[in-house]
Design a binder for this molecule. Structure first.
Ligand code: ACO
Length: 437
């Protein structure tokens, strides 16, 4: 970041002296006003619940232009990465800042592949869960538990330790997600196979069993790989900020990623694809396309509490570029599986069309986000609805760990400690029991 020639001057109507604040410029995107000296100089904090106007860090990983509907990983548009690269190339890019050449790619793939197994004792952690536990609850627990196995990579001040932890997390998440699924359906865990690609190996760990191997289908594997690329990072979203905040205290990377998974679970974040598919299924059950009008009326009625899941985004105030790519993948997958007439896909497209013409959505700049179509794709791949957010966690792990690593390496990094506007009772005396109301 560079200092701008322009400064911001903060003046007060109560006669307190005004304060000049520096403005910094990024390479693209909005400038920021540096308010770090504000409290020291004025005794006042800023108030910004939900971080609507606050940059909590500087970062050179991912950039979103919400008005243009643009998403860049290390400067490269998501549309180009989704078409020209696979997920592990994208991981390399996010972690290292540049795309790998052939030799670097081969080395990286080999390193990740060599870390796909989890410690054999991990299976006992799974056995402690009820079979009907939500996969995200199992993942929060088991990913956090990884920190008890890899003491040799927990020194966060050592760059090599950080790199090894990053590789371990990226390599082991598919194994843990697949184990979560196998445990829930009472099938034996399937060990990873290192001659398969990252996504093909995951599909095999999910869908093969000792009696029947999984036949790799390139279209379906590519679809999963695209889901992973599209979800790999998204700058300072809620779960990434959670990872950074957890990590700011010096917590180990496995614990930080477990915190990110916990945050991702919520329906306003990663849980939205599960909620979006559920919503489509509910409308379908009640009569399908014919009932869209009625459903939209409910969404527009603020008292109903109903939202159009998979629509709207804190940053995108234009079409989410990932949603376009996901819709394309949706076509490909349904075609491959002979499901051209899938009623949920038709319903989703009709719902999208009607919403995009409705003034409620237009005036609020609400467009489909990536989750609107990703649920239909995942369902077609055979992934159970409850595992959708787990797939998201598997994809986002690289983004979380890249952002965590960037934070740890940043000399300006401090423990995250937001302030508050206190509106509770001022100091008072504890009354004796007999005098309490
Ligand atoms: N359906 C109906 N109305 C909506 C929706 C929606 N999906 N999203 C926002 N609105 C309305 C709000 O009620 C509000 O209306 P108002 O101005 O009349 O009060 C207005 O649009 C602005 O919305 P906010 O909630 O202020 O927007 P915010 O940036 O805080 O929220 C969020 C973004 C949480 C994603 C929201 O759009 C939402 O809940 N969407 C549905 C859940 C979803 O799809 N989440 C996935 C996000 S993408 C991801 O995590 C990968």
């Amino acid at each position: 970041m560079t200092n701008s020639d322009t400064k911001a001057t903060l003046s007060f109507s109560d006669g307190s002296p005004s304060l000049e604040l520096p403005i910094y410029k990024g390479t693209i995107g909005p400038d920021v006003i540096d308010i770090r000296k504000l409290y020291g100089s004025t005794g006042k904090f800023t108030y910004d619940p939900g971080f609507m106007s606050t940059a909590a860090c500087n970062s050179s990983i991912t950039y979103i232009d919400g008005d243009k509907g643009e998403l860049l990983y290390r400067g490269y548009p998501i549309e180009q990465l989704a078409v020209n690269c696979d997920f592990l190339e994208t991981c390399y890019l996010l972690l290292n800042g540049e795309l790998p050449n052939q030799g670097q790619k081969e080395k990286f793939v080999k390193t990740v592949t060599n870390h796909t197994m989890v410690h054999e004792q991990m299976q006992f952690f799974f056995r402690g869960f009820r079979r009907d536990a939500h996969p995200m609850s199992v993942l929060v627990g088991t990913v956090g538990a990884l920190s008890s196995f890899y003491h040799d990579s927990l020194d966060i001040t050592d760059q090599h330790h950080r790199e090894v932890s990053a590789i371990r997390l990226i390599a082991k998440l598919p194994t843990l997600v697949a184990m979560t699924y196998k445990y829930s359906i009472g099938q034996p865990f399937v060990y990873p196979r290192n001659d398969l690609s990252y996504s093909a190996n995951f599909m095999r760990m999910m869908f093969s069993n000792p009696c029947e191997d999984y036949k790799v289908n390139d279209v379906l594997v590519r679809a999963l790989d695209r889901i992973l690329i599209l979800h790999a990072d998204h700058e300072q979203n809620a779960s990434t900020s959670t990872v950074r905040l957890a990590g700011s205290s010096g917590a180990n990377p496995f614990a930080c990623i477990a915190a990110g998974i916990a945050c991702l679970w919520g329906p306003a974040h990663g849980g939205a694809n599960e909620a979006a598919l559920q919503m489509l299924e509910d409308i379908q059950k009640e009569g399908g396309v014919e009932r869209i009008g009625e459903f939209i009326a409910k969404v527009k009625d603020k008292n109903s509490g109903v939202k159009l899941m998979g629509f709207g985004h804190r940053v995108y105030k234009n079409y989410d570029p990932r949603a376009k790519l996901m819709r394309e993948t949706c076509y490909e997958v349904l075609n491959e599986l002979g499901l051209h007439d899938d009623p949920l896909f038709k319903l989703a497209m009709a719902l999208e069309k009607i919403a995009l013409e409705d003034d409620y959505f237009v005036s609020r700049k609400l467009y489909p986000n990536v989750d609107f179509y990703s649920g239909i794709v995942q369902r077609a791949l055979g992934i159970p609805v409850a595992l959708f957010t787990g797939i998201f966690a598997m994809a986002r792990t690289v983004g979380w760990i890249a952002q965590w690593n960037e934070m740890i390496s940043d000399p300006e990094q401090k423990i995250g400690r937001p302030r508050q506007l206190f509106v509770g009772s001022p100091k008072r005396e504890v009354p004796p029991m007999a005098k309490r109301g």
